[in-house]
Write a protein that binds this ligand. Structure first.
Ligand SMILES: [Zn+2]
Length: 600
């Protein structure tokens, strides 16, 4: 069984977790995400090629394929169609309450590295897509003034204050008044975004349309006439406020609809002579569209209480030790199910198989034989954290993203495996099902898996022991490099390093995890282009915003040409390769510029 697992895993790893090597990277320009196509004639003229008329009710059709012979239509009709489709999308999503995560880095200028993070902020909540656009925050310690609703903007009173809702506002161009009375639409050209041919329009608010109207460009796919990308800002701004610039992407995750998925925001100008040095960049991700709406009744029915299987071979009662193990498994299953139902944990899938392979490598070479197999799951959030409950190791999407190679992945997993091997089990109180009955927004107040410092130290010690017996023993230099890179940025990235369920990798700006490996390996050297100590966020794991499934990103490597290309732990713009629903077996890849450095 184990041998079979190991072989299977090795093949997977070869395919997916290729160790980073900038030297081996080749410049690849095979990402035609924004490949311009020859522009059409005049804006209002009929397109040179007829575009297909959309199917009547895309929601009910399988895949929104144009029926029979498509009738040629004018650009004027296209405007009518995409306005209709936008209103249909707003209506369809009106009952949804997806999770919205914004991770923001304030920027300062560094002479060698260019703009680098000087501080960071993290927002996580669930957004009501209905009319009020309300947002429930998972993180309770946020000041209430943060939630003052000022659409898309931040107040400029004494200091910059970011509005968490602001970053999610640009899921739509205009929630209430997206129509010809309020906007002028000018056809620009045709352009491919990924595999999808789009018609590009400039959108400008009409005179007297009011404050805070969308100003920018939209991309409309040419079969169903849904908006797939919005890029711009809002205007004019109210007094004492300004609006962010945003680039907002949608994915065709269900038939007939393109669902808001990623928003990149950036402000700042570091050119010589610029007075206003306020600068930031932020990634907003939306997922969990298909989660049950968080009503109290729903929450009760979401809880699975029947998941424990009696593993004892005999028909008699469980021995005390057996009873203890079944109890722990019950707690583990409760927590995993609850976090999945709340939209914080990805369902078991492809990424877990890779993580499990690495854990398996550690187990086999250390002759670890546990009564139950160790499972792994991906926490969907960005902050760098791991924790374990029972025999399940959980690692955050953000942490998988920034780890440079398999050895450093093994190192963070080894720490949690060490807790399991040493019997540091924290979660057994969650075997009582009443402890699972809470509102999603209070997940972080109800669940927690932080160990005492003594257990942390012994887990680190054991982890290093496990690593030294493993196939990763000769590759621990890269773990040391990663820890050094983390230490260099830790004082500025307190939000990214603030954990919500497990122990932090760093405390008060100092890296504490695996400190026994911190001096391992060469010195950190930004000028060495083949030294990749840590990756940007967003380059490894992608989440399907509809069903929360996690997958590995597959991108062609891009050569690093300067120290500024490394961008360790940084956010970058999104450039998903758009594809139509069901058109592609390889799912949509929300690649980001981050992939410029990710070597698979
Ligand atoms: Zn720990």
């Amino acid at each position: 069984m184990r041998t079979w697992k190991a072989i299977f895993a090795a093949a997977l790893l070869a395919a997916l977790v290729v160790p980073m090597s900038a030297a081996a990277q080749q410049a690849a320009d095979s990402q035609p995400s924004a490949q311009p196509v020859a522009p059409d004639a005049t804006p209002t003229a009929q397109p040179s090629q007829p575009v297909a008329a959309p199917t009547a009710t895309p929601a009910q059709t399988e895949v929104s394929q144009p029926a029979a012979a498509p009738a040629p239509i004018t650009m004027d009709q296209v405007v009518t169609l995409f306005v209709q489709r936008e209103h249909a999308l707003i209506k369809m999503l009106g009952t949804r309450t997806p999770i919205v995560e914004t991770y923001l880095q304030d920027l300062t200028s560094d002479s060698q590295l260019g703009p680098v993070p000087s501080a960071d902020h993290y927002f996580l909540g669930r957004m009501d897509m209905g009319e009020n656009g309300d947002r429930k925050d998972y993180l309770k310690d946020e000041s209430t003034s943060m939630r003052t609703r000022l659409m898309g903007g931040f107040q400029r009173l004494f200091k910059v204050q970011y509005q968490p809702l602001g970053f999610s506002w640009m899921v739509y161009a205009d929630r209430t008044d997206f129509d010809r009375q309020h906007y002028g639409f000018t056809y620009v050209r045709r352009e491919f975004l990924g595999d999808v041919r789009c018609l590009v329009f400039d959108v400008t608010p009409k005179k007297d349309a009011g404050k805070g109207r969308f100003l920018g460009r939209i991309w409309v796919e040419d079969q169903g006439f849904n908006i797939v990308r919005l890029n711009g800002t809002y205007a004019p701004a109210p007094r004492n406020a300004m609006f962010f610039h945003m680039d907002s992407w949608r994915l065709n995750l269900i038939p007939g609809y393109w669902v808001p998925s990623y928003i990149y925001s950036e402000e700042g100008d570091f050119s010589a002579g610029t007075k206003n040095k306020e600068a930031f960049k932020a990634q907003t991700r939306i997922w969990g569209y298909d989660l049950k709406k968080g009503g109290k009744d729903d929450e009760l029915t979401q809880i699975r209480v029947d998941s424990v299987t009696d593993e004892s071979a005999s028909s008699g009662d469980a021995s005390p030790l057996q009873a203890e193990r079944v109890w722990q498994q019950q707690a583990e299953d409760n927590v995993v199910d609850r976090l999945t139902a709340g939209g914080l944990l990805a369902p078991a899938g492809e990424v877990d198989r890779i993580l499990q392979t690495v854990v398996n490598n550690l187990e086999v070479t250390n002759n670890i034989d546990l009564p139950r197999p160790v499972r792994t799951r991906v926490l969907l959030t960005a902050p760098l954290e791991t924790f374990s409950v029972g025999n399940t190791i959980v690692i955050s999407r953000g942490l998988v993203d920034v780890l440079p190679d398999e050895a450093s992945l093994a190192a963070v997993l080894a720490h949690e495996l060490a807790h399991i091997v040493l019997g540091h089990n924290l979660g057994s109180k969650f075997a009582f099902n009443d402890r699972m009955l809470f509102n999603d927004a209070s997940t972080y107040q109800n669940l927690g898996f932080k160990h005492i410092p003594e257990e942390e130290q012994s887990a680190d010690k054991k982890a290093i022991e496990l690593l030294k017996n493993s196939p990763y023993a000769q590759k621990l230099d890269s773990v040391g490099l990663f820890l050094k890179a983390l230490q260099l940025r830790a004082p500025q990235l307190s939000a990214l390093l603030t954990t919500h369920l497990g122990n932090p990798l760093a405390e008060n700006g100092t890296v504490i995890r695996l400190s026994g490996l911190a001096l391992q390996g060469p010195a950190l050297d930004n000028a060495k282009l083949d030294q990749i100590a840590a990756l940007p966020l967003g380059g490894r794991v992608k989440i399907n915003p509809w069903d929360d499934k996690a997958e590995m990103v597959k991108t062609a490597p891009v050569a690093i040409t300067s120290a500024r290309d490394k961008m360790p732990f940084e956010v970058t713009p999104f450039f998903p390769r758009l594809a139509r629903y069901g058109a592609n077996t390889a799912p949509v890849a929300p690649t980001t510029a981050a992939n410029a450095t990710s070597g698979n």
